[in-house]
Design a protein around this ligand. Structure first.
Ligand code: TXA
Ligand code: MG
Length: 321
């Protein structure tokens, strides 16, 4: 069987093509030491929306932002002494830090799924490092597989799962670790492990001392999936879905052509990728003391519309409890 046309063996040429694709708003799958990532410019809401679209994810989980080193990580997140100590010990490598976003980070809001935190990782794989250097910016990358499938550890897996939805698949052979990075949350008083990975809890504890294991369900509670471990962003005022019109004290968030009366529109043309790219910024913009609630016009439950509705539903439910 011949390789699909979008799989490029690693070379000087294919690496500069891949960096150019990232710069022009494309999707590039690349190898890391853990699994293959589906990469895009982490500063661009529209292209980050295309990651969710390509993966066909029914919800917006925050994504990992890949950086070359601690210094560049510090431009996006508030690293602090604990992250610095861990980075000294384990970066570059299969360890991801969740830290507060810097106000001036310039990252897409969608990359953090609207949260005030960001997940940062400096991968060790030489091709990933080379790509980061040539691109010269932060790369958002979840595992390069469709929702519900296992993470890819070969370029061929990426092609099987995502096919032509990816512009370039950089082939770097098999991933050495073969399982996703360890995720540790450093935002609270005590560090908390969010996902097990190649760097073990014991290794982390030798550097930081006691770490909470948030991957295990608390007594009497159902286990949570990794995506659910992230907190969810919700506006401080209620959200009302499938609204046809808004009350005088409500903001109206529109979608599609016939919404001239709306306060703001997710996409005047009814484009779901554009709507996803605008979602978190729009909710934040309308979440002001002047509005009692945010009424949202109906969003079709297809493609990215499912992830948009999932997030709106969570925001609506947060106020109904
Ligand atoms: O090994 C890996 O980590 C791979 C390679 C490509 O780097 N990437 C990966 O990304 O597994 P993804 O998107 O499949 O997983 C990201 C994990 C999810 O469990 C997500 O919930 C968590 O990191 N995460 C990301 N941002 C977060 C945040 N702000 N707060 C809490 N959890 C976060
Ligand atoms: Mg994944």
């Amino acid at each position: 069987m011949t390789d699909p046309a979008n799989i490029l063996p690693a070379s000087d040429d294919s690496l500069s093509d891949a960096a150019a694709r990232l710069r022009s708003g494309g999707l590039v799958a690349f190898p890391t030491e853990t699994v293959y990532g589906l990469g895009a410019d982490a500063r661009d809401d529209h292209i980050v929306a295309r990651i969710f679209e390509a993966k066909n994810r029914p919800s917006f989980n925050p994504l990992i932002v890949h950086v070359p080193d601690l210094e560049s990580a510090a431009a996006f997140g508030e690293m602090g002494p604990r992250a610095e100590q861990l980075a000294q010990a384990f970066w570059p490598g299969p360890l991801t830090f969740v830290v507060p976003r810097r106000a001036d980070c310039g990252l897409s809001l969608l990359v953090s799924a609207g949260l005030d935190t960001v997940a940062l990782r400096a991968p060790a794989h030489l091709l990933a490092r080379d790509l980061l250097k040539r691109f010269g910016g932060p790369i958002a990358a979840p595992s390069a597989n469709a929702a519900g499938e296992v993470s890819p550890t070969l370029a061929a897996h990426v092609a099987q799962s995502l096919g032509a939805k990816v512009d370039i698949i950089l082939d770097g052979g098999a991933c050495a670790v073969g399982l996703e990075s360890t995720v540790i949350d450093l935002c609270g008083d005590r560090p908390a492990l969010l996902r097990h990975g190649a760097v073990t809890l014991e290794q982390l504890e030798t550097v930081l001392g006691r770490i909470d294991d948030a991957t295990r369900p608390a007594e009497g509670q159902a286990p949570r999936s990794p995506g659910q471990l992230a907190r969810h962003y919700a506006p401080s005022i209620p959200v009302r879905m499938n609204a046809t019109e808004a009350a005088a004290d409500e903001a109206l968030l529109g979608f599609g052509p016939d919404t001239p009366d709306c306060t703001q529109s997710l996409s005047p043309s009814g484009d779901l990728t554009e709507a996803a790219a605008n979602l978190f910024a729009a909710l934040r913009a309308l979440d002001t003391p002047g509005h009692r609630a945010i009424a949202v016009k109906p969003i079709p439950e297809t493609g990215l519309g499912r992830a948009i509705n999932d997030r709106l539903r969570r925001a609506a439910e947060a106020h109904n409890r």
